[in-house]
Design a protein around this ligand. Structure first.
Ligand SMILES: [Zn+2]
Length: 197
């Protein structure tokens, strides 16, 4: 199992001790920084994109020691290209995650039934992590039951923060200017409050 830093997802390429989101084709630093590589659901509106070539780039780069996760990928019902296209790219990147033995980082908006159906079909051995999760405890429980781990960022449902088992909870800064310590403190404040337990 790959050891991830406390901040599992940022779009800020200058952060250290964080997993930096990398678009296929971009360069990585060689100073200890680590990355996730993937095709973001929002980038699927590009009409002249060569998806096979981009997937190839993700696949080839996935074995690099600086890559610790595949993604973010997923299905966003409110933004991005067609749902079939987003679903295909999710499935292919999930296959890359399995092939290289690194976790999959998920961006899912109003599309969990599709993602859960894919997961039931694929039975992946790698962790799948729902990033930037803002859902209620009921949805969180459904994801956890199906084997998906959860990552919380700046905005989260406090009751959800209270109910995720420690071993299945990740934290992230994403696009927030806040530091990861600040975000973790806020999450932990809710986890120690008994009223949510
Ligand atoms: Zn992100």
């Amino acid at each position: 199992m790959i050891q991830l830093p406390p901040d599992i997802h940022t779009h800020d390429p200058e952060r250290h001790d964080a997993v930096i989101q990398l678009t296929p084709g971009r360069d990585m630093a060689d100073d200890g920084r680590v990355y996730s590589i993937g095709i973001h659901p929002w980038d699927t509106t590009v009409t002249d994109a060569d998806w096979e070539q981009l997937l190839d780039e993700v696949s080839r780069t996935s074995s690099d020691r600086r890559i610790v996760m595949i993604g973010e990928t997923g299905i966003d019902s409110l933004r991005g290209g067609s749902i079939p296209l987003q679903t295909m790219l999710l499935r292919r990147q999930a296959e890359i995650s399995e092939a290289c033995g690194k976790p999959l980082l998920l961006h899912v908006v109003r599309a969990w039934p599709r993602v859960l159906a894919l997961r039931r079909r694929m039975r992946p051995s790698q962790p799948w992590i729902a990033h930037g999760f803002r859902g209620k405890p009921q949805l969180a429980a459904e994801l956890l039951r199906s084997g998906i781990d959860i990552s919380l960022g700046e905005h989260f449902n406090p009751e959800t923060a209270a109910m995720i088992p420690a071993g299945r909870l990740y934290t992230e800064t994403d696009t927030s200017p806040a530091g990861i310590d600040e975000i973790r403190q806020r999450i932990n404040a809710f986890r120690s409050e008994k009223k949510f337990n």
